[in-house]
Design a protein around this ligand. Structure first.
Ligand SMILES: C[S@@+](CC[C@H](N)C(=O)[O-])C[C@H]1O[C@@H](n2cnc3c(N)ncnc32)[C@H](O)[C@@H]1O
Length: 215
């Protein structure tokens, strides 16, 4: 994986201005840059892919809430935030007392958002660009997965990766709003939260997102 320091269609200060800081749902302890109607999001996505990093997702928010409420889950540990987007889960882990948080995402724009959001929350996060799913288990104590079970092929690779991590003695926690590819038979539900899913209309009722242990 490559450590990306700066690669963007617009310089970081411009992104900082165009993606205002806001308090995300469920986690008032955090402040995250996020897109709003004035952001011109299309111009901020350098690779043309979906800008998943521009918003906190329901599964990540549930997992972040869980970690902040139960700091013993991460205290002093090395954690990997897999499919980090804007780095919400890694940042929550550091706020909760993790020893080191590494955020990995396949999208270089996400890595830059992690840097901006970590700075906004006064925490250090190691941000790496890449796809670790076909590789060896990482050198961490805990894998954190926020809202990454959104596509069937990706979900199958992710289960295989989490299985290899488990075989190496590395547990995994997953936050998810119940998307179709979620491997329900492999999960033990630990907590649940009511919140709107990303993309829901403002008047839509809150849905349930849960935090699971991968078993
Ligand atoms: C739905 S977003 C969730 C982001 C964040 N965890 C949250 O909850 O707000 C999923 C993220 O996973 C990333 N992703 C998808 N496949 C990946 C892979 N194979 N390796 C690393 N990141 C991946 C995407 O680029 C995207 O940023």
């Amino acid at each position: 994986m490559t450590r990306i320091l700066a690669r963007t269609s617009l310089p970081l200060p411009s992104r900082r201005d165009r993606l205002p800081l806001a308090t995300p749902p469920l986690t008032p302890e955090l402040r995250l840059h996020r897109a709003d109607p004035a952001s011109g999001l299309g111009r901020l996505a350098s690779g043309g892919g979906a800008p998943y990093w521009a918003y906190p997702w329901a599964g990540g928010l549930a997992l972040a809430r869980y970690l902040i409420d139960r700091p013993e889950t991460v205290a002093g540990k090395r954690v990997l935030d897999l499919g980090a987007g804007g780095g919400l889960v890694a940042i929550a882990a550091m706020k909760a007392g993790a020893g080191q948080a590494t955020a990995v995402d396949i999208d270089p724009d996400a890595i830059e958002m992690v840097a901006l959001n970590a700075e906004a929350n006064s925490v250090a996060v190691v941000a790496l660009c890449g796809d670790p799913l076909d590789g060896a288990p990482p050198a961490v104590d805990l894998v954190l997965v926020g809202d990454l079970f959104y596509e069937a092929r990706l979900a199958a690779r992710l289960v295989a990766f989490l299985d290899r991590c488990a075989a190496a003695g590395i547990p995994s926690l997953i936050g998810d709003p119940g998307r179709a590819p979620l491997p329900r038979a492999r999960l033990a539900r630990l907590a649940e939260y009511r919140l709107a899913d990303f993309g829901d209309a403002p008047e839509a009722p809150a849905t349930t997102s849960a935090v699971y242990a991968f078993v």
